[in-house]
Design a protein around this ligand. Structure first.
Ligand code: PHE
Length: 342
């Protein structure tokens, strides 16, 4: 093909494209001229047969033709309406709103754990972590719970051999923290715990606790009043203004004295409603002053240190904070439920 022939072919091809009647015709011309087996790529492949001196000019002319065809194809496609640059018709309404992909929300348990960590951080507590598989010493013995102690009944479960179990509480992280550090210690330990519980609306064999521990030297003795003020601050920050805290005497092997901790009902403000079963109070935690025996087990001198510990259920807080009537909803991962709390 000479340069003159090439010019003529170009003019013809552009005229042909301009005359295309619909998008299908435009597409057919795209294939004919610039498709993989089209006539222009064929010319490029045949360049080696063009005499060497003519090759640069010829090459330039072929490229220009190719570009002119591509431009005309997309112009013609647009003229025919609703067609894209390749000439293919888009079978879609471009004015329709796009598809929205939800961003997702944090799980209520994650939110309670993160919020608790932030509240206690303001009081100087850091977050400590421990394994879910514990040994007997950390989960029981050092927490002043010898084998065959009656309080083992409710928790003596999920053993792997003689000395390894799924922890029944986050309290073993107290032991780990004290064995690895000297007072003053101020930590909270959020984590998963396991019990031999039959699942129902308020029980689950697998749940979460947040343990708290404060131990200081005898220059700064720690009292039950300190514990109460910290939990009252937590209650107010977590549940809102006006929530107060009450202590009821209780027993835990690792604290003395021990208390159960109630928050005044945040819904009825203590007057009595369905949420608090008319009592005005909601039980949320166990707590007390660290038993001297526990200090001995971790190698502290009970005459030199004092401290308090508390442990509350994350599910419990989430259920009362968000008004969730059934603990199982927290584990079913039903997006319709989770999205309501986002
Ligand atoms: N570990 C106790 C429980 O699971 C709660 C607790 C923690 C009580 C710390 C006192 C001090 O019931």
């Amino acid at each position: 093909m000479t340069l003159a022939e090439l010019e003529k072919a170009q003019a013809e091809s552009l005229a042909e494209i301009s005359a295309a009647a619909d998008a299908a015709a435009v597409e057919a011309l795209r294939v004919k001229y610039i498709g993989r087996n089209g006539s222009i790529p064929a010319l490029i492949k045949a360049m080696k047969d063009v005499p060497k001196e003519e090759r640069p000019a010829f090459g330039k002319a072929v490229q220009a033709w190719r570009e002119a065809v591509a431009v005309r194809l997309s112009e013609r496609g647009a003229e025919l309406g609703g067609a894209c640059a390749s000439g293919a018709k888009i079978d879609a309404d471009l004015t329709m709103p796009g598809r929205w992909r939800g961003l997702g929300v944090k799980h209520p348990l994650t939110r309670v754990i993160e919020e608790s960590a932030a509240i206690f951080a303001r009081l100087g507590f850091t977050v400590a972590d421990g394994p879910e598989l514990e040994n007997r010493f950390n989960n029981f013995t050092a927490l002043n719970t010898p084998a065959h102690h009656p309080s083992m009944d409710r928790s003596d479960t999920f053993w792997f051999g003689d000395d390894c179990l799924l922890r029944t509480q986050t309290s073993p992280v107290q032991i780990r923290t004290m064995m690895a550090n000297k007072p003053p210690i101020r930590v909270i330990c959020p984590g998963r715990t396991y019990r031999r519980d039959t699942t129902d609306a308020t029980h689950s064999a697998n749940f979460h606790q947040i343990e708290g521990l404060y131990v200081d030297t005898k220059e700064k003795p720690v009292s039950l009043a300190d514990l109460k003020s910290v939990l009252a601050y937590f209650a107010k920050e977590m549940m809102g203004d006006g929530v107060t805290v009450r202590f009821r005497p209780h027993f835990f092997p690792f604290t003395e004295p021990s208390v159960e901790v109630d928050f005044s009902c945040h819904v009825c403000k203590g007057k009595g409603c369905n949420v608090c079963k008319q009592s005005g109070w909601i039980e949320v935690a166990g707590a007390g002053m660290v038993d001297p025996r526990v200090f001995e087990f971790v190698g502290y001198d009970p005459a030199e240190v004092s401290g308090y510990a508390f442990g509350f259920g994350v599910e419990r807080i989430a259920m009362i904070k968000y008004g969730i009537p059934d603990i199982r909803w927290l584990y079913e991962n039903d997006i319709r439920f989770l999205n309501q709390l986002g």
